[in-house]
Design a binder for this molecule. Structure first.
Ligand code: ZN
Length: 238
């Protein structure tokens, strides 16, 4: 179990943790201890993450799980941490059948039944009230992977009907695509328009990091995410 002092040092640096009620902070601390015990944290490219970095990742991972269980993490057990944003090779075939290869700078990625890869530099700038949280993003991909392909349709609690989920996520996704197609100011980070899985991951970042904005822009998506995570982050800010 991290000492209260060690834990508070992490909490103070992230708005999304600072705004939690103290009993919720204590549950994050407990979940973080379990995550640190159950998961492995590996450094990449010679980076050796210290305890504080691992605790930071564990605490951010615990945020979406706060009122759910750790079994959401059952399909993976490894975090791979880079110090800086890292580059990853990609291969893409365009509509004309031309193969493009290149390198993208990445803040994080999640593999099916595989590791979650994170750049600590991007973890450190997560959860500051700007709508960015790379840890929440990758953990939500892992939750999305639990039932089938990553498709923006994670296992839903009984309280959510799949029609309700499909209808409102589709509407929010199409609204974003329409705005981008018509060069209007997008309501969400344009990365969310990549595909429905990215849309869910980016909406979840906003849910924890800009909850009042998300509730105002897409009340039904906010409501559904509140039910999925069993949390109401907007209420923490009033
Ligand atoms: Zn993603």
């Amino acid at each position: 179990m991290p000492s209260d002092e060690e834990f508070q040092r992490v909490v103070r640096r992230f708005e999304c943790l600072r705004v939690l009620a103290s009993n919720d902070q204590q549950r994050i601390r407990q979940l973080s201890a379990e995550i640190l015990e159950q998961m492995e944290f590996l450094g990449a490219k010679g980076y050796q993450p210290n305890y504080r970095c691992c605790l930071t990742v564990a605490a951010m991972t615990a945020l979406p799980l706060l009122n759910r269980k750790l079994h959401w993490l059952r399909d993976f057990r490894t975090f791979i941490l880079y110090e800086e944003s890292y580059s990853a090779e990609f291969t893409k075939v365009d509509e004309a059948g031309v193969v493009h290869r290149g390198r993208h700078l990445r803040a994080g990625e999640a593999w099916h039944r595989g590791p979650v890869v994170l750049a600590m530099r991007d973890v450190e700038r997560s959860g500051q009230g700007t709508g960015f949280n790379v840890v929440v993003h990758e953990i939500v991909h892992q939750i999305d992977y639990l039932n089938r392909d990553p498709d923006g349709f994670p296992p839903l609690p009984d309280s959510i009907s799949s029609d309700d989920w499909a209808k409102h996520f589709k509407a929010g996704y199409e609204r974003l695509q329409h705005q981008l197609d018509h060069r209007q100011k997008p309501w969400l980070d344009p990365y969310g328009a990549t595909n429905p899985a990215e849309f869910l991951a980016v909406c979840s970042e906003f849910f924890f990091d800009l909850p009042i904005y998300l509730r105002q822009q897409q009340p039904d998506i906010y409501r559904l995410l509140s039910m999925l995570f069993d949390q109401d982050p907007a209420s923490r800010l009033v």
